[in-house]
Design a protein. Structure first.
Ligand code: TA6
Length: 273
């Protein structure tokens, strides 16, 4: 599997060209992103962990596998990383192919700029619709964060938001009333219209991370918990307490990009300890 690496004086990042999946982000040697010890790196199955790019769909999709084809496609490096003392950047690109057009008949260029600087990771998606027809899609950056114990992690910034609870029949829309969201079992929620920063505490070794976005209005919180994890060959019963997924996306209301127009989004992670 081919990778591209970013390095600065105090941070490191590694991205698989397969799926443009960021599989490692360290600040001062501290790993922040979780990858399952049982992840498969066969260039076919989505990597279990890291930051999979869900596109052109977040969730189930009538055209193919859930979360779309971007996370199981080979991306190109547009230009080699610029590795400076304080900042390092790379752009990866996914374009339509004969295969993608067979299942989703649109011409597009999706550029994914990844930048590390200090204790910050910036992820920017820029979609160009190269055809005449509107493109409609949903998307998410499906981040797995390393935690000491998922039951001791907490997420602030979601109070007052409505969320879809995918663990309940008919996926009801409920309202979050907690200042700090803590997980005590299988959790699969899409919080709608997050505006303020979302802060995760309980990362490995006392770390915290603050998340902000533009044009990615929803926040997904997920952990499969023990039973479901045990049934996932690329996760397993031992690994599930060691991560929490907090994902920035446009997960519900599709984004529509008219012919020959563009759409862009950004997602910033600021680590602190
Ligand atoms: O982000 C939460 C979610 O949509 C869950 O419903 C679960 O399916 C998870 O993604 C993992 O999906 P995957 O296809 O990577 O196994």
């Amino acid at each position: 599997m081919e990778y591209v690496e970013l390095k600065t004086v105090n941070a490191y990042c590694k991205i698989a060209k397969f799926g443009a999946t960021l599989v490692d982000w360290k600040v001062e040697e501290q790993p922040i992103i979780f990858v399952s010890p049982n992840a498969v790196f066969d260039g076919k199955k989505a990597i279990r962990g890291g930051i999979p790019v869900c596109f052109p769909s977040f969730g189930p999709w009538s055209y193919g596998a859930q979360h779309g084809f971007a996370r199981t496609s080979n991306w190109q490096v547009v230009e080699d990383p610029t590795n400076g003392e304080d900042e390092s950047v790379v752009v990866l690109r996914l374009e339509d192919t004969e295969e993608t057009r067979k299942i989703w008949n649109f011409k597009f260029t999706l550029d994914y700029k990844i930048k590390i600087s200090g204790k910050v990771l910036d992820l920017c998606l820029d979609l160009k619709n190269n055809g005449e027809e509107d493109i409609s899609f949903t998307t998410a950056l499906h981040t797995y964060f390393c935690v000491d114990d998922v039951e001791k992690a907490s997420i602030a910034g979601l109070k007052g938001l409505q969320y879809l609870d995918k663990t309940l029949p008919d996926t009801p829309k409920l309202t979050e009333d907690r200042e700090k969201v803590e997980l005590a079992g299988w959790t699969d929620r899409v919080y709608l219209g997050s505006s303020e920063a979302v802060k995760i505490t309980g990362l490995v070794d006392g770390g915290e991370v603050s998340l902000t976005s533009s044009n990615l209005p929803d926040t997904v919180v997920w952990n499969p918990w023990n039973e479901k994890a045990a049934a996932m060959g690329d996760l397993g019963a031992e690994a599930w307490p060691k991560f929490i997924c907090v994902e920035a996306g446009a997960c519900v209301d599709p984004i529509v990009v008219p012919g020959n127009q563009s759409w862009s989004s950004s997602h910033r992670m600021e680590y602190s300890k």
